[in-house]
Design a protein around this ligand. Sequence first.
Ligand code: ATP
Ligand code: MG
Ligand code: MG
Length: 569
Amino acid sequence: ETPEKRDFIRQIVREDLASGKHTAIRTRFPPEPNGYLHIGHAKAICLDFGIAEEFGGRCNLRFDDTNPAKEDPEFVRAIQEDVRWLGFEWASLRHASDYFEVYYLAAEKLIRDGKAYVCDLSPEQVREYRGTLTEPGRESPYRNRSVEENLDLFRRMRAGEFPEGSRTLRAKIDMASGNMNLRDPALYRIKHMPHPIAGDGWCIYPMYDFAHALGDAIEGITHSLCTLEFEDHRPLYDWCVDNVDLAGHPELLEPLKAKGLPIEAAKPRQIEFSRLNINYTVMSKRKLTQLVAEGLVDGWDDPRMYTLQGLRRRGYTPASLRMLVDRVGISKQNSVIDFSVLEGCLREDLDARAPRRLAVLDPLKLVITNLPEDHEEQLTFANHPKDESLGQRLVPFSRELWIERDDFAEVPPKGFKRLVPGGEVRLRGAGIFRCDEVVKDQAGNVVELRGWLDPESRPGMEGANRKVKGTIHWVSARHAVAAEVRLYDRLFTVPDPDAGEDGRTYRDYINPDSRRIVTGYVEPAAAAAEPEQSFQFERLGYFVADRYDHAPGRPVFNRSVTLRDTWAG
Ligand code: ATP
Ligand code: MG
Ligand code: MG
């Protein structure tokens, strides 16, 4: 399959280019800067930027900052970082607030054309007049004001003469429409609040549908891609674009010149696709905000969070998220993706690319009695079993090692393939070890294993071919570096934490074992990692050096994902 045929949207884009409807493709990714981006946004980003990239077009990053109450520059900064981290670059960075003056002129034009009016109904009355799905709405008593009166009132709204909630500007469409969005929707409301970017020049703000449609038209967006919940808004989107008709009224775009913004007006087409949903997560900004506010996680970038900042800190790679979006595909069918698909993408990416390292998370001392006290050598290990280009490293080896406590069993369960008293096991890359003595403390806990390393069993030697049940990993006790290791798991214990049976909410399904912190020992080459470097710790899983807390010599690792899907549900 060629990339451009991959889904119905790419199909439309291809046809629009073939038919000459468009000579160039323009898309945009339009986040509202009222929170951090989550994994769902990755789907929209990969689609908006991906299509522009594949078809030689341009994609803008536009902050839909029309609600001054909810916006924060910290979100604006983080969103830009996230888009770049995913591997995309915008053609132009815009804010809907760049267009406030154009929106205003467009609204006056609608008034002059008799297509918009100032309405004095209170919000409750507006709701009452709107009607229901089965009953038509009633027309506002202010619907037939003259153009002059409407213009005068609208200008006075802008001048700040009226209190919040006392008036709105509404589109004059159809109070009997079967589509509630067309029952004279509000275009502007009064809000006495300065705007973080536009400053204190405004006390009326455009509504989302109006601003979004015109923003797209202003930027010459050809394909305006959005999620399915906007399907019912499409007639209003088209109404705004068609009735304002920016392409036919260049005078409305004059304010852009003063701002030095290019004029690109064209008629955009809105196309909807289904949202990305993944089980065992919550994804709306509102709920992610609550998790942080209520202290259920450590912050927006807690590695258990489904924000892009959180996933990044957990060790998710841009390639793994792009792989997920590709695998899920684009359609109009709503579906819920299994969490294991997300984890599978990360494993696949890291299996191919992450260097291997040795680390022990639950240490038990192992002493090789036939090596001298001061024995020390450097063993050569391949960094990757399937990719020689990742090179080799030296791993220090000595008389005393740390192994995993659960790689030894005094009384082995059935099928146990690792070390038992008197038994043999292969020490990864070092030879075959026989356990001769089990040392215990007064309480009867095993504190040390002592035994013999067969000197003829080094990898490559004849003696290494002897059949031994298991191979275990180790680190040299004298050379290993103590590391803080954060063992993360799914944040929720149930597939649909939102289902909320018996009045329960997602808060009641937090996985108490979603984070466990242990002190482990890592080989020196792991301790020397740079922040955000990913490794496979052999036999344990994929780990990333923490973006903020790790420093070479003071290692902090986050478990990104285990080697296999071990979720017990
Ligand atoms: P949420 O309601 O989940 O907090 P939002 O839709 O309010 O998200 P916006 O900032 O408005 O967040 O979203 C920017 C773009 O990302 C929109 O085009 C939106 O449709 C898209 N988007 C948001 N969530 C998802 C999702 N789960 N899957 C795909 N696209 C999404
Ligand atoms: Mg939104
Ligand atoms: Mg939202």
